[in-house]
Ligand binder design. Sequence first.
Ligand code: SF4
Ligand code: SF4
Ligand code: SF4
Length: 273
Amino acid sequence: MTKRQRLRKMLLIISLLCFPVTLYYFSPALIINAGLAGIINGSFLVFVMMFLFSIPFGRLFCACLCPAGGLQECAFAVNERSPKQGWRLRMKYVIWAVWLTAVICCYLAGGGIMTVDFFFATEHGISVSSIQSYLIYYGIVFLILIPALLCGKRAFCHYFCWMAPFMTLGIKLRRFLHLPGLHIRAKRPEQCVSCGKCEKVCPMSIAILEEVRNGQIGSSECIQCGVCIDNCPCGVLSYEIRGEQGGNHGIGKKTGLCDSGAAKPRRTDGLRD
Ligand code: SF4
Ligand code: SF4
Ligand code: SF4
């Protein structure tokens, strides 16, 4: 494992250990209570920060800082399958749209914003401070963990997360405004030997080979974790900060061998060749 992935995993573990403290700052329910009281609470500000952070950095928060991401990566030890995708990926946007409408209605019903209280409904800033909040904590932990255990890698992120759409929106805004941002770029696509290793290790089960043809990972599901970069034997992928680009870059035009000498192996994992 590379130093970068060690650091990423360490940050995820620290974030997971802090989850009993930070739980309410990611809460989709507390923001509704706060809205009815006309208060901007911690989760309101965290969601705004996620949106703003995603404009230059995409979904790096999901890769390195999200406790729910860390929890689901622990579940890789039990279920490392790729969850089914297609229409299921849209479920989170439906959930988000309904929830966001409810949040806006609650702020309107509460008479608008009157004050800011980042620590709203916490005890000295700590979320799990009573038996009731302890039960809520475990409810949320199981809500996140069960899809990952039953359906596969980071299934909760794919299907249900109410925070991911804020970041997708930030990425779309960056693209619309042609702002520079963090990308995973196929810097040497002609070196790709289609070994499929990147797809196998990707925690978000992205069809990376297809994306390599376009010169960059453009999927809104990509969390910019860099696992594909660190596992590619041919150095095809890299991080880059810049604007958008596209085009067919011709995978494996050369010889089936990359400069590092990695030959095209037989696929045994059921992924596309
Ligand atoms: S998609 Fe949601 S749950 Fe998954 S890592 Fe990102 S913020 Fe956390
Ligand atoms: S495509 Fe690469 S950077 Fe994006 S989620 Fe997958 S492994 Fe991480
Ligand atoms: S050579 Fe690199 S980019 Fe191409 S399939 Fe293998 S791991 Fe992925």
